[in-house]
Ligand binder design. Structure first.
Ligand code: 5AD
Ligand code: SF4
Length: 444
């Protein structure tokens, strides 16, 4: 069968789609890149904000026309929206064939094979640990790319009050370290040079779902990084997203000691106001967040930080917002993902009024985006004249005459390629110019 997969949302969903593709190809099916060529359309969806759900429902609704022309077409929905809405999706989308929850992705191949013969509305949203324990064998990774991703934990136990993830991805579970290392070695054997470790709460790896901050000398995640660092042929290790309270002395020391671990840390802030952080059920304060930032900076002087921030959480005042703005400027984030609060049915905060008007959310969003732009431009300017090491990624997306790569701390640099240039190698670049979002330079 020809299968088309459309992915919405986060990197975990992208990784899951890769896994779907891997399992399907292993079973003799073909992954295609256009809807028209497909016998099966799979939509891997996101629930984190209402807009993400509306986008997917709109797109799947539109597929009704295609199905009218091609009645054998199988259409399935997976991912967080599938988990959240289950068989209710058939009411709005009667042309849909199946709904597969986040705990059931390992059952995709038999499901689509049986549905071709025995066509009916199937919704399977049961939780299952097999999705994780069987990962190494179920998940054939993408081959041949310089970059790979490994999901090391699934689910989340933190229950931030605005967030749907613990409800749609289930309880937090970690993979065995041996499984993760086997998958990493397999990726490296296939040519992968950079690995991104993924988890909703990645630094909680191996803590058994305990949400309390670990003792200063206890970090199974640090142990995993140290083992990954020994893999020959692997050049870089990244990870996302860590909750701030897990950056204890051991984790910070390990990152500093492991030369392959990149010095760009994504550290979700969400808000700079202690009052709002408490309402969000985030277990840190502005001061303890800044302590983490300062401890990391002391150990990694060239570190850059990125973050996630929500504007317009219920009852967020202008002063609360200014505190967020202030912390963002104080840390000097090189990148930030700014979200307008969106109530998610079932999450704790959805039971209180979404009190900040849309236009105020928009205004706060624009202010933070403006700050970010100015800050990034200023940070990039300071690098003109410096020599940076990049991992070569390939042709620049907008100009195939140029190539690009990223520094360990995630700065994008464009340059003229030379004859021997190869993706997945480390090269030194002299920075000549700074743009608004990237740098350009010359290979040396
Ligand atoms: N509304 C807005 N943003 C949200 N996020 C999670 N839930 C919501 C919500 N209900 C944001 C958080 C999280 C990122 C992945 O999405 O900032 O870190
Ligand atoms: Fe959601 Fe909080 Fe878990 Fe992140 S840590 S996935 S924001 S509940």
């Amino acid at each position: 069968m020809n299968v088309f997969i459309k992915t919405y949302g986060c990197q975990m969903n992208e990784r899951d789609s890769e896994a779907f593709a891997g399992m399907l190809v292993k079973a003799g099916h073909t992954v295609v890149w256009s809807e028209e060529e497909a016998d099966v359309l799979l939509f891997n969806t996101c629930s984190v904000r209402e807009q993400a759900e509306r986008k997917a429902i709109g797109k799947i609704g539109y597929m009704k026309k295609l199905k009218a022309k091609k009645p054998d077409l199988v259409i399935g929905v997976m991912g967080c929206m599938a988990q959240r809405l289950g068989d209710k999706l058939f009411e709005e989308l009667p042309h849909l064939d199946f709904v597969l929850g986040t705990g059931q992705l390992h059952t995709i191949v038999p499901l689509i094979e049986s549905i071709r013969e025995d066509r009916r509305h199937v919704a399977n949203v049961a939780e299952s640990a097999a999705v994780l324990t069987g990962m190494g064998s179920h998940y054939a990774p993408m081959t041949g790319s310089w970059h790979g991703q490994i999901a090391i934990t699934r689910g989340c136990n933190r229950f931030c009050s605005y967030c749907i993830v613990p409800y749609v991805r289930g309880r937090e579970i970690s993979r065995e370290i041996g499984d993760v290392l086997d998958e990493a070695r397999m990726l490296v054997d296939q040519g992968c040079r950079e690995i991104m470790l993924l988890g909703q709460n990645v630094a909680a790896y191996g803590l058994g779902g305990n949400v309390n901050a670990p003792a200063p000398d206890h970090s199974p995640f640090a142990d995993l990084l140290a083992e990954m660092n020994k893999i020959e042929g692997l050049l870089r290790i990244r990870f996302t997203s860590p909750y701030p309270t897990y950056f204890n002395a051991k984790l910070i020391r390990t990152i500093a000691e492991c030369e392959k671990v990149c010095h760009n840390i994504h550290l979700p802030l969400q808000s700079g106001s202690d009052r709002i952080l408490k309402l969000m059920n985030r277990q840190y304060t502005r001061a303890s967040y800044m302590e983490v930032v300062n401890n990391i900076r002391a150990a990694l002087p060239d570190v850059t930080f990125s973050t996630d921030v929500i504007v317009g959480f219920p009852d967020e005042t202008h002063d609360d917002f200014l505190m967020t703005r202030d912390v963002m400027n104080e840390v000097g984030f090189d990148n930030s993902f700014i979200f307008k609060y969106s109530p998610r049915p079932g999450a704790k905060s959805s039971f209180v009024e979404d009190s900040v008007p849309q236009e105020v959310k928009e205004e706060r969003n624009q202010i933070l985006l403006g700050d970010l732009k100015n800050r990034v431009e200023a940070n990039l300017k300071q690098l003109v004249g410096s020599v940076q090491e990049v991992l070569v990624e390939g042709e620049s997306p907008r100009n195939p005459d140029r190539w690009c790569g990223k520094t360990g701390n995630s700065r994008l640099i464009h340059f003229e390629p030379d004859d021997g240039i190869q993706a997945g190698t480390l090269r030194k670049v002299l920075v000549k110019r700074a743009g608004t979002v990237s740098l350009s330079g010359e290979l040396i």
